[in-house]
Unconditional design. Structure first.
Length: 67
């Protein structure tokens, strides 16, 4: 299943480095998450969603409602 990390990050004009710093992971980890090469932990999903101003369910692709 495709996640929406990249789409949400680009909508906020945020770099992988900036998102990584906001979440507490490396930009390389963000790249792996965006390509679905690695799966974030539940805690990281929640941090990503918060940093990207969307719900975790939207970010994962389970819901079409952003909030």
């Amino acid at each position: 299943m495709k996640n929406r990390i990249r789409e949400c990050r680009l909508a906020l004009e945020m770099s992988q480095v900036e998102l990584g710093k906001a979440v507490g992971v490396t930009d390389r980890a963000i790249a792996h998450y965006e390509k679905a090469q690695r799966e974030p932990t539940l805690e990281v999903w929640e941090c990503l969603a918060s940093a990207l101003h969307v719900s975790p369910a939207y970010l994962v692709g389970w819901s079409d409602e952003k909030g």
